[in-house]
Ligand binder design. Structure first.
Ligand SMILES: [Fe+2]
Ligand SMILES: [Fe+2]
Length: 375
């Protein structure tokens, strides 16, 4: 195995995972781009084996998904008025203040008062929800591709329900941004790079690994975090509904790949480990919010390193991996190839989650509350 090891720079484009300078030099310079094409050559697969329920767990998920549908236009309390500045201020009070107690003396934003921090909070929320929306569109196209490329009828059926779910997610995040917040941000360059890589890969299981396990695993954790933190009731409910769908999506990835990975060779598994690592790094890189600092007239290269030293920020960054790590473990990705991925997740400070519940098991719990909420 060891002779096949690719150096880190070949996988993520830099030698050091934490090279901030390199991370922040990757920026989206096409802010006005309207359409973005990614070329992909892959097989669309028909199956003539229509036997439903051959994969009972996927079949069960499909039956659940049909019952758990909700309508983004009529099932959420859109009549709730959102005063974004008030919400941002209330969230800050509830969650420990604006600048997280960082010592900013000597920096270009040392003189920021409540007004600037409030403005930053507003921009930060616009940015966060915009990235969620772009990620949801990534899920929409990836899952449509899975409908075409996966060889199993139970998986095609289930994926078809997820396509509808993702359309609804794009729709509700977009509506929330337009009706309740105050501006959109273009897609973050790290997130776009990851979505491009996932959609360009011709192997159907890589779509699952990139989207259902990595992107959606992180989304499930991030939505859960925001659901807990926000004081705004409409967003809270929106996130709760989306999370009940997302937990099914991640479970779909775990249940499908478990079967498929059992047949792969060690070299093939190793490629999946590298892809999982690349995805993890891209997603962590995207959370630096460099575009927001930029828009606020502050230099991200000056501020971001200070932010990253704040313990709460570090906790947040690692919590994002609380679903991904146990799911990778369940799939056998952590310990294959001499524990290569375990070492990488350890370097990223995320290995502590390995024994947390995996989503193949816990989705029913999230579902139960979700359907009650939907009912
Ligand atoms: Fe989604
Ligand atoms: Fe999803």
């Amino acid at each position: 195995m060891t002779d096949q090891m690719r150096p880190t720079i070949d996988i993520i484009g830099r030698d050091e995972i934490n090279d901030l300078e390199a991370i922040m030099s990757v920026i989206n310079t096409d802010g006005d781009e309207r359409l973005h094409s990614v070329h992909s050559v892959y097989d669309t697969v028909f199956t003539w084996d229509y036997e439903k329920g051959k994969r009972p767990k996927l079949d069960k998920l499909y039956e659940k998904a049909k019952k758990a549908q909700w309508n983004g236009q009529t099932d959420l309390p859109w009549e709730i008025e959102v005063d974004q500045e008030k919400v941002v201020a209330a969230n800050a009070v509830a969650n420990g203040g604006f600048n997280e107690g960082i010592d900013l003396s000597g920096t270009s934003i040392a003189s920021w008062g409540d007004k600037e921090w409030l403005e930053f909070g507003v921009e930060s929320q616009n940015w966060t929800l915009s990235q969620f929306m772009h990620g949801e569109q990534g899920a929409l196209v990836c899952t449509a591709k899975i409908v075409e490329s996966v060889p199993w009828i139970d998986a095609k059926y289930y994926a078809a329900t997820q396509v509808v779910d993702e359309a609804r997610h794009v729709e509700v995040f977009s509506k929330y941004l337009d009706d309740k917040l105050s501006g959109h941000y273009p897609i973050n360059a790290h997130l776009r790079m990851l979505l491009d890589d996932i959609i360009a890969d011709k192997r159907w299981d890589m779509t699952y690994l990139g989207m259902q396990i990595m992107v959606e695993g992180l989304a499930l954790a991030a939505f859960g975090f925001m659901h807990q933190m926000t004081t705004e009731p409409l967003l809270k409910q929106l996130l709760r509904y989306v999370m009940s769908d997302e937990s099914r999506h991640v479970a779909f990835g775990v249940l499908s790949l478990q079967e498929y990975y059992a047949e792969l060779s060690a070299a093939e598994i190793r490629e999946r480990q590298e892809f999982a690592f690349e995805a993890a790094v891209r997603m962590r890189d995207r959370f630096l919010q460099q575009e927001v600092w930029d828009r606020m007239g502050a230099n991200p290269k000056e501020i971001v390193p200070l932010l990253l030293q704040v313990p709460e920020r570090q906790t947040f960054q690692t919590l994002l991996f609380s679903k991904i790590v146990p799911n990778c473990k369940k799939l056998g990705l952590l310990d294959a190839a001499d524990g290569w991925l375990r070492t990488k997740f350890t370097e990223m400070g995320a290995i502590a989650f390995e024994d947390w519940a995996d989503t193949g098991e816990e989705y029913e719990e999230l579902q139960a509350t979700g359907s009650e909420a939907v009912a």
